[in-house]
Design a binder for this molecule. Sequence first.
Ligand code: LMR
Length: 407
Amino acid sequence: QADTVPQAPEDPLFGLMAAYRRDDDPKKVDLGIGAYRDNNAKPWVLPVVKKADEIIRKDPDLNHEYLPIAGLAEFTSASQKLLLGADSPALKEKRVTSLQTISGTGALHLGALFLSKFYRTNAKRTVYFSNPTWPNHFQVFSNVNLEYQQYPYFSKETRGLDFDGFIKTLKGADEGSIIVLHACAHNPTGVDPSQEQWKEIAKVMKERKLFPFLDTAYQGFASGDLDRDGWAIRHFVEQGFELVIAQSYAKNFGLYGERAGCFHFITAPSSDAEETTKRVASQLAILQRSEISNPPAYGARVASTVLNNPELFAQWKEDLKTMSGRIIDMRKALRSKLEELGTPGTWNHITEQIGMFSFTGLTEKQVLKLREDSHVYMTKNGRISMAGLNTNNVDYFAKAVDKALRD
Ligand code: LMR
């Protein structure tokens, strides 16, 4: 039977990573995958992660038993507090249930699977993604047979948010539609709504009875401030929505390979919200058991050791500032170099966009030219991972862009 299986295309991002590895030019620059690099273009193990690792290894009671189906309880409860704030009424009212997942992708999948089984099963449940969005969103949600559409998000003219287009689509969406929102540091554009705009988005979603599915992979990475980056999520929770959150620790802990993440379901306030939450938790446990039985321990232990220890938590904040600070410096350096070169176009968006990525505005043709002529690797949509730039290659990259835009 397998002879009928069609060939699938290679994953664009991991394919790009492989092409970069194959390139033996010493000048090559990797601006593809969203993974932090230090100023020497090397992966960075956060100092706080090294400390947590030592603590875990020294624990005489450490063993390799299964975690519970919902994961490490100290990890999931600390994750709730990190996202919602320790004094969140949703936590006090026991309206939150959380499961440890295979990072953000696993959380998205668990959420999508749950919604496909239990959410308004008698209605059409369209999922809306931002245009553009993280390409894996499409696959994760269509795997569980949820249909999707997109809402306008990025304005090519301003290289900022297409707020009017976004709101208009929300107003026209069918009641009950699921709206996937990037909670902070939008991937791939680096463009986030302002707090005032988030308020309006939440208001329209409430009026139209739309369901928020918040995806958060960059808390602490956008502004360097965990609370500020959690603002949009907290605002939605305050508005009394029933909602879900997919949370990844890949970027903000540099735990890419450990797959530490969480899925959170928050029930809307009501007299029987606690009971509803318990029933939801029971179904999520069945889904989790059938898919992965129980989540992997190591990454969750590392994150939990940091999240539950005030001293380590303070150090983590410093490490986040180191990463976000270096990225901000690279934004400034790239913009000023392009402006100094008089590169055609305007470059203010490089410093205005936030988080790990910048949506440069380069066309697919220019991206391919940069790869061929200058050994610069970035995704075809013109996204660059700012973390791939450093004081050794930012001038080289700016000159390569300048050349590609003039040829
Ligand atoms: C990215 O967008 O580069 C990252 O989120 C990595 C991934 O898994 O796609």
